[in-house]
Write a protein that binds this ligand. Structure first.
Ligand code: HEM
Length: 441
């Protein structure tokens, strides 16, 4: 088969290609692609891109053939906001950054974040009162942003930057997704959205630089990621520039907030709609912890809770990630030239009944060892795989489990009748309109 023979997704618009479908109804559009074949061509504006729809092909792109790929168009667009941090750099630059940052996400460092995570959970729940209705997505965003601020940029000096990031980054994320899907010239138009994004970026930059200057002036180790970045030296002893540190601060805030917040919000939503599973989760938390707060060592015993969280990350995963071929490659018998953009979608793979029977069903038991073995390698990619696998995976699991447990020990979050919940795809798929009523246990 030649490149010309690759299956094309129907419904491309003139000029805009499949951008309207990907912007308006991305989840439905993605779910329709596996039926067309293992590799499906879509158009982002005039640019062709190839969606891999099987675990084998996803693994080829991410793991076994990863030397043939670099990051794709999405992350090139992200550099406008993120600069060249861990989530946007590629090749040797990425390897150097990953080596430098890995200690901050190792077992000991993550365990040390348990206390700030508990503090953030207590702060979130401090004003929860019986009968109060909360917007769960907003509440989880606030928690996740607070955790990143306390754990990674813990000193008071960084507090204004953390507040500015919390305010501006969600809008910038939406802007970045749109820039990826729309033609290049769109971003140069003086639309209100583009002007808003430029102003937000200037505020974020100023706040980050003020925090870095403050940390340098204080000249002490606050034991957080920002201190590690300031102290870091590369192999020839050179320190990171302020801009490189700013890039990492923004990277970690963006990569670590919406993702975790969505997993938690969906967890509470799904528990409320599956009373049998909720009962098992609550019973486990009561038995294992007997009312005390969780520690990292408790995680292995909290299988019902962690499987429910894992299942939330499966059902509502990131919907679009990209790579770009740096040399000619063959994917599913299709020869693709260097420069070809390839899309993998954890959401698409996670909703395919071939890999996850009854994929729309919230079924934490599918992660029990007797069933999990049947899930093909490369089918579950909520945290990706290979060289760009999420560096924050164990941080995220401790963070989500901490709040899930502390909240479940005291509260049940009940659905509010008449409030429709809609999955909205921004970076990940988060619940819009998830209003829940707080009921004491
Ligand atoms: C439930 C929570 C999370 C999910 C589902 C998630 C998902 C992902 C995914 C899918 C990728 C790979 C993107 C790609 O293919 O290019 C990724 C990378 C990354 N994540 Fe996460 N993430 C989560 C939490 C976090 C947290 C808490 C942090 C940090 C505090 C974080 C930091 C990062 C970074 C820096 C990268 C880039 C890694 C690299 O390229 O070396 N993530 N994440």
């Amino acid at each position: 088969m030649s490149q010309r023979d690759a299956v094309r997704a129907p419904g491309a618009w003139p000029v805009l290609g499949h951008a309207p479908a990907l912007m308006r109804r991305p989840l439905e559009f993605l779910r329709s692609l596996p039926a067309r074949g293992p590799l499906v061509q879509v158009r982002l504006g005039p640019l062709p891109a190839y969606v891999v729809t099987t675990p084998d092909l996803a693994r080829q792109v991410l793991v076994t053939g990863s030397q043939d790929f670099e990051r794709g168009r999405f992350s090139r667009k992200l550099t406008r906001t993120l600069g060249s941090g861990l989530a946007t750099s590629t090749g040797q630059d990425h390897r150097t950054q990953r080596r430098m940052l890995q200690p901050a996400f190792g077992r000991t460092a993550v365990a040390a974040c348990a206390a700030p995570m508990r503090a953030a959970a207590e702060a979130l729940m401090a004003d929860w009162t019986p009968g109060r209705v909360i917007d769960v997505n907003q509440a989880m965003d606030a928690y996740a942003a607070d955790v990143v601020a306390r754990s990674l940029f813990g000193s008071e000096v960084a507090a204004p930057a953390a507040a500015e990031f919390r305010q501006s980054l969600p809008g910038l994320l939406r802007d970045m997704v749109n820039r990826t899907l729309l033609p290049e010239w769109w971003a140069a138009l003086p639309t209100p959205g583009n002007r808003r994004a430029t102003r937000a970026l200037a505020r974020v930059d100023a706040a980050a630089h003020a925090a870095i200057t403050g940390y340098r002036a204080a000249n002490r180790d606050a034991g957080d990621l920002l201190s590690l970045l300031i102290a870091a030296r590369d192999d020839d002893g050179t320190a990171l520039t302020d801009t490189q540190i700013r890039d990492q601060m923004i990277t970690f805030t963006l990569a670590g907030v919406e993702t975790t917040s969505a997993a938690l919000a969906w967890f509470f939503h799904e528990l409320a709609h599956h009373p049998d599973i909720e009962r098992r989760v609550l019973a486990e938390i009561d038995t294992v912890l007997d009312g005390r707060p969780p520690t990292p060592d408790d995680l292995p015993a909290l299988t019902e809770t962690t499987h429910a969280l894992l299942e939330s990350t499966r059902l509502y995963a990131s919907w679009i990630q990209m790579r770009r071929a740096i040399r000619p490659v063959v994917l599913a018998d299709t020869a693709l030239p260097a420069g070809t953009e390839v899309i993998y979608s954890p959401y698409l793979l996670h909703h395919d009944p071939r890999w996850f029977p009854n994929p729309e069903t919230f079924d934490p038991d599918r992660w029990n060892p007797d069933r999990a073995g049947a899930i093909p390698n490369g089918a579950y990619l909520a945290f990706s795989s290979g060289v760009h696998k999420c560096i924050g995976e164990s941080f995220a699991f401790l963070e989500t489990t901490t709040l899930a447990v502390l909240a479940c020990q005291r509260w049940r979050l009940r659905p509010t009748p008449g409030a429709p919940v809609r999955p909205i795809a921004t970076g990940v798929v988060h619940p819009k309109g998830l209003m829940m009523t707080l009921t004491p246990r």
